[in-house]
Design a protein around this ligand. Structure first.
Ligand code: BLG
Length: 486
């Protein structure tokens, strides 16, 4: 099937290529940028390798820019080829070179200095440049507080341009630019006290706050700015017009908004305090249990990061956690579940993790065949939390509403009804705190995404060791030995 559609696609491209040649022969006009891309059947895009743009995760290539540009390529029936530049100067230098990338999708601010090197699309995201400092240091609140500080920004960035403009007003301002780092490195350097301050865009911070417990926003430097895609400068606007039409469609059909929520919504979901608390626990608690998560996941055929995400949601990775209802341990097993899974001591973290892993596989196997992945995993999590009986009740109510009982998006809308008498009185298993599994699944999915980003090999700067948690862009392994509890 794939081969057939690939054949058709390629065939179509040849036809359009022949069409263009005929056109050329007919009127000797140069094909437009868009026609050239269509004739070749390939969209070459240049980006940066960072969590906010493009990286590899458990499912392959991903990232905000990647997903958006992939939709654009799909809309035009083109194959997408991504290249990455080591720094921004290189990115602009390569854009539009013969045989090179025709489009840059890399979280680029449309700044004055860049008008010479590129033409920008309509904006797809508004961001605010933010001065970042280290928690515990005196918080700068205005531009004069930046004097006599060690400030580092990306070479060739809009932030370097902003600081250059500020230096005209405050000649005592000093800052450095580096082409050897990415935004994650800048944030890490602030986090670890190697530099005093940096300047990054609000979306980059939102995405990375969960890795760096000590970084804080000092103040916004100037007004919000627009991120846009870029093509090479010149008269030909054919590709840019197509890009703009696509961005407008993505805006109107809500797909752009959904993408923004997925990538930049952590802080909205976790809150600022939640985001840096998670970062702290990632460094101080997870290393103690990572080995157990990996082992249990291997035995049960699961992704260890999903188990770790469950453990964070259940207990914030605390083995002695106890709920009001007497559920206990790192994976919060009820006494009944613990007994059924052969767990003799729920407070033993290894036993708890092994029991939790076994139980999630067990409840997943009991789900109807009609529920497919990835929904199947989300349903299994809900059953882990609220029980299979109540989940089945919610699925029946979902069906009665004309919604799809095999889709998590639909069932999660109905689950909260299990705590309202008018609804639960009609069900087999009766009352349940139906809102709880909805939060449970939403949070775990969020933690799972974050853990996936944190542990991706590509951003680690060094070869990944089989165990040991890495922070993206950081050439270090966090300690495995016990650290004092918070
Ligand atoms: C779950 C059990 C399910 C059980 C449901 O409760 O515990 N899961 C585990 O033990 C892993 O087996 O389903 S049943 O066997 O079909 O009845 C329903 O009873 C645990 C949940 C309960 C929840 N945490 C794991 O997610 C919990 O502790 N909720 C109370 C929070 S508090 O009291 O408000 O703090």
């Amino acid at each position: 099937m794939f081969a057939q559609s690939a054949f058709r696609t390629r065939y179509a491209h040849w036809l359009s290529a022949i069409g263009i040649l005929l056109l050329l022969g007919g009127c000797a006009e140069e094909p437009s940028a868009l026609e050239r891309v269509q004739a070749e059947g390939v969209l070459r895009v240049i980006t940066r390798n960072s969590p906010a743009t493009y990286f590899q995760d458990r499912n392959g290539e991903t990232g905000f820019e990647y997903e958006l540009v992939k939709r654009f390529a799909d809309d035009l029936d083109l194959e997408l080829q991504i290249e990455t530049a080591d720094n921004l100067d290189e990115l602009f230098a390569r854009l539009g070179k013969p045989g090179g990338p025709v489009l840059a999708a890399a979280g680029l601010v449309e700044s004055d200095g860049r008008q010479q090197v590129a033409r920008f699309s309509t904006p797809y995201l508004e961001v605010t440049p933010q001065i970042i400092y280290r928690n515990g240091q005196q918080r700068p609140t205005r531009p004069d507080d930046l004097l006599d500080k060690r400030i580092l920004v990306l070479k060739g960035s809009s932030h370097a341009e902003q600081l250059a403009a500020l230096k005209v007003e405050f000649p005592g301002l000093n800052y450095e630019e580096s082409a050897a780092v990415e935004v994650v490195d800048l944030l890490r350097m602030v986090d670890e006290g190697q530099i005093d301050l940096t300047l990054v865009d609000s979306n980059e911070l939102a995405m990375n706050q969960v890795y760096f417990p000590n970084v804080r926003v000092a103040f916004d430097l100037g007004d919000s700015q627009s991120l846009a895609w870029a093509v090479a400068p010149g008269e030909d606007t054919s590709l840019l017009d197509e890009v703009n039409a696509f961005l407008q469609r993505a805006q109107q059909n809500g797909s752009l908004q959904r993408l923004k929520e997925r990538y930049y919504g952590h802080v909205d979901v976790l809150g600022y305090v939640g985001a840096y608390t998670f970062a702290k626990h990632l460094q101080q608690r997870l290393p103690r249990y990572e080995k157990h998560f990996r082992q249990a996941a291997q035995v049960q055929g699961l992704d260890w990061r999903l188990l770790a995400a469950m453990g964070y949601q259940e207990s914030l990775w605390q083995p002695s956690a106890t709920s009001k209802t007497g559920v206990r341990g790192l994976m919060m097993l009820t006494l009944r579940t613990a007994q059924a899974m052969g767990v003799s001591n729920r407070l033993d973290p290894k036993q708890s993790i092994d029991g939790g892993a076994k139980y999630i596989v067990h409840v997943k196997e009991l789900l109807p065949e009609s529920i497919q992945e990835p929904d199947r995993t989300w349903f299994a999590l809900a059953a882990y939390n609220v029980g299979g009986g109540h989940l089945e009740d919610a699925r029946k109510l979902t069906e009665a509403e004309g919604l799809n009982p095999d889709k998590w998006l639909d069932v999660q809308k109905i689950l909260p009804r299990l705590s309202q008498k008018q609804w639960y009185s009609k069900t087999r298993y009766g009352y349940a705190r139906g809102g709880e599994p909805v939060h449970f699944v939403r949070n775990i999915r969020r933690y799972y995404d974050i853990l996936t980003w944190v542990t991706q090999p590509q951003l680690e700067g060094s070869q990944v060791a089989e165990s040991g948690l890495h922070v993206p862009g950081v050439n270090k392994t966090l300690p495995q030995e016990d650290t004092p509890p918070l």
